[in-house]
Ligand binder design. Structure first.
Ligand code: PM9
Length: 459
């Protein structure tokens, strides 16, 4: 019998950043001062930072070298042309408008494509995406498959669109009220779950019949491509790079937060195949971001992004990236911890409803769990439940999502397997003491994207 051979990261570590761990007493004080919101902690008070994979990845030596090639001209920087060429070559979109990060691209595309009274179906909401749709006068409609709202469902492609739900919406409101379908690869709020190529093709076929376009949130497209390679029939022999291009070819426009897949600390873009949309976007970007050849970025940022995009579609990179997330997920599953199944690509999502069956959603179980975890070990996670879901803009009531989750998000190329072991042990400890948790009340609530700045007190 062949012995199982382990895999390892396709890089070695050249520079380290020391970590510091506060005492439990100090962590209790820091959490209270932060209003029980992990976004309001100082990063220096955090031991292992799993708040987000956004802008937190480690750049490669080539990316750092690229920074030195920054052409900081106001107009026509050579790094812009390098980025444009890379987006065409790796992603296949014709036109590029750089932006400082993903939500800026969402702002611009929403302003161009949405008219007041329009409906925007999508494979689950994302916080910033939905807000920009609403600010442009649109209404988001969730058309993801039901399995995506069930943390226990082991469906391998929980990011899939339910074609019946989409058809029903078209029949109800009419295709002329639906400028586009918003498709995310992978679906963050569902637990980092991929969409299958077969489903995307079916969505394309249905929408083309009605002249409805597809806007692709390609923030984690290479991770989605890796899951298609691993789990979808007919894709095992294709490279991640080939699958990424095929996904993109089924869509019309794209928004990108390059802070995730593309391995940079800041950056994003809007890409499109439509020359008219490109012209309008070039015009808007000068109002909100900067000239159309830098969009709020320094030349060096665009250079690092161009290099990061190429590294992100390498098979061995994705194997290690997603492999590490699954390593942590499997440790937690072995301990019997309630997590979203299957394990996603950018983080492990704890099911706070099953941690705290004694708390109602009005007592913010996921917010409570993220706070408890920090106090236990200095591990910082993020709430993805009722606080993130915000309020219904028409009724002013809380939105109560079925998924009440805490996300342990893994930055790319930053932490080791030993860090994952420490995280798993802390989650297990918090789970054992779950019956003692009392929940929180919200004492300060900002108007937009409240999860970032809301403050809480212990009940
Ligand atoms: N995602 C995340 O931690 C950053 C802050 S939380 C709002 O997961 C998708 C799928 C994202 C995303 C950011 C954005 C916005 C768009 N789509 O943060 O503006 O996951 O670059 O991108 C975060 P920016």
């Amino acid at each position: 019998m062949m012995k199982k051979r382990s895999w390892a990261e396709p890089y070695k570590i050249k520079m380290v950043e020391p970590l510091r761990m506060l005492s439990r007493k100090e962590r209790e004080k820091a959490m209270e001062e932060a209003g029980y919101n992990t976004f309001l902690l100082r990063s220096e008070d955090v031991y292992i930072d799993l708040l987000t994979d956004s802008g937190t990845s480690a750049m490669s030596d080539r990316q750092w070298a690229g920074l030195m090639l920054g052409d900081e001209a106001y107009a026509g920087s050579r790094n812009f042309y390098h980025l444009e060429e890379t987006v065409r070559e790796v992603y296949g979109y014709k036109y590029l408008v750089p932006t400082h990060q993903g939500r800026a691209a969402e702002h611009i595309i929403s302003k161009i494509l949405i008219k007041p009274g329009d409906y925007i179906p999508g494979n689950m909401y994302f916080t910033t995406t939905k807000l920009h749709q609403e600010l442009a006068g649109g209404k988001f409609v969730d058309v993801i498959i039901d399995e995506a709202h069930d943390p226990e469902s082991e469906h391998p492609f929980k990011g899939n669109v339910d074609l019946d739900k989409l058809q029903r919406l078209i029949d109800e409101v009419g295709a002329d009220k639906i400028p586009y379908v918003a498709i995310a690869t992978t679906v963050n709020m569902a637990g980092g779950q991929p969409i299958s190529m077969a489903n995307l093709k079916a969505v394309r076929e249905l929408t083309q019949k009605y002249g409805i376009e597809i806007v692709h949130d390609m923030t984690r497209v290479a991770e989605n491509a890796y899951m298609i390679q691993q789990n979808e029939e007919g894709y095992a022999d294709k490279t991640v790079a080939e699958i990424v291009k095929e996904i993109n070819s089924l869509t019309d426009h794209a928004t990108m937060s390059a802070k995730k897949d593309a391995l940079v600390n800041i950056g994003g873009f809007l890409a499109t195949n439509d020359p008219d949309v490109f012209e309008q976007a070039r015009n808007l970007v000068v109002v909100y971001e900067g000239l159309h050849t830098y969009g709020g970025l320094a030349g060096r940022d665009m250079e690092a992004m161009a290099i990061g995009i190429k590294e992100s579609v390498m098979d061995e990179h994705q194997k290690a990236r997603v492999g590490q997330v699954h390593y942590l997920g499997n440790l937690l599953l072995k301990e019997g911890i309630p997590v979203v199944k299957p394990i996603g690509t950018h983080g492990v999502f704890l099911d706070a409803k099953r941690f705290y069956p004694h708390l109602t959603q009005d007592e913010f179980p996921a917010q409570t769990l993220a706070a408890e975890l920090y106090v236990d070990s200095g591990v910082r996670a993020m709430e993805r439940g009722v606080v993130s879901a915000g309020r219904n803009p028409e009724t002013g009531e809380h939105n109560y999502p079925k998924l009440e989750l805490v996300r342990l998000t893994i930055p790319r190329r930053v932490y080791t397997q030993a860090h994952m072991d420490v995280v798993a042990e802390s989650v297990a400890e918090v789970f054992q003491n779950a019956h003692k948790a009392r929940g929180l009340k919200m004492v300060f609530e900002p108007k937009y994207l409240r999860f970032f700045q809301a403050r809480f007190e212990k009940l």
